[in-house]
Design a protein around this ligand. Structure first.
Ligand SMILES: C[S@@+](CC[C@H](N)C(=O)[O-])C[C@H]1O[C@@H](n2cnc3c(N)ncnc32)[C@H](O)[C@@H]1O
Length: 210
């Protein structure tokens, strides 16, 4: 798209987007989203994805994380992708379109895997950005708390959780709550995550089990 064309994020956003080296890299690598490089960087550092793991990717559209994860997971792994928005099919990815905060959608995920535990929960979910930083940050914490609660009920012992959250009020209590359920928690800010964005990723490893 030309920077002169009208875009809902405005001309500055479009110029930045087009010049962004990760956007160019994503295009070249066949990824649908530059965010694939966030997962790639974290995975390279923390060795999260390997063949045989059963993984759920929350907030997966348009599918960049799934494309990367699918390459790292072998044929025996299952990868379930969930989003409010439709996701174009990706081979080896089972897609659910729906709102993760709804019980019926969570049930649909569990049904899809016959209530089998997941080894890894990924969440790149972000609330609809209103532009009011405090409200957006509070919504992000709310989403992350929902992901954490659900993860505690679906993760296998020793499983992991990687989720996006906006730093600010409520972040430290969330981190502490994670730590009481997992062996370790780390904060990751990959290079592809814009420095002016409050987003970081919380990486929890070694789920202790209920
Ligand atoms: C940053 S994008 C994810 C990008 C994705 N990781 C990729 O690599 O293509 C965040 C996504 O979270 C989704 N999302 C936000 N709230 C959600 C909810 N309650 N249930 C499901 N998806 C949600 C949005 O629709 C959006 O597609």
């Amino acid at each position: 798209m030309s920077p002169d064309k009208k875009h809902r994020f405005g001309r500055n956003w479009m110029n930045e987007h087009l010049n962004d080296s990760y956007v160019k890299k994503a295009k070249k690598s066949g990824y649908r989203a530059r965010s694939a490089f966030k997962l790639e960087e974290i995975d390279k550092k923390d060795k999260l994805l390997r063949p045989g793991l059963n993984v759920v990717d929350l907030g997966a559209a348009p599918g960049g994380w799934c494309q990367y994860a699918r390459k790292k997971l072998g044929k025996k792994s299952r990868l379930i992708a969930v989003d409010l928005l439709p996701i174009e099919p990706i081979e080896g990815v089972e897609i659910i379109q729906g709102d993760f905060t709804e019980e019926q959608v969570r049930q649909q995920i569990n049904d899809m895997v016959d209530n089998k535990a997941f080894d890894l929960v990924l969440s790149d979910m972000a609330p609809n950005i209103s532009g009011i930083a405090l409200a957006d940050q509070a919504r992000s914490i709310g989403l992350a708390e929902g992901v954490l609660d659900w993860s505690l009920s679906v993760l296998a012992v020793d499983g992991g959780l990687l989720m996006k959250v906006f730093q600010g009020s409520g972040f430290d209590p969330l981190r502490k709550e994670i730590l009481s359920n997992f062996r370790s928690v780390a904060v990751r800010k990959p290079g592809a995550s814009r420095s002016r964005s409050a987003e970081v990723y919380l990486l929890a490893r070694g789920f202790k089990g209920i």
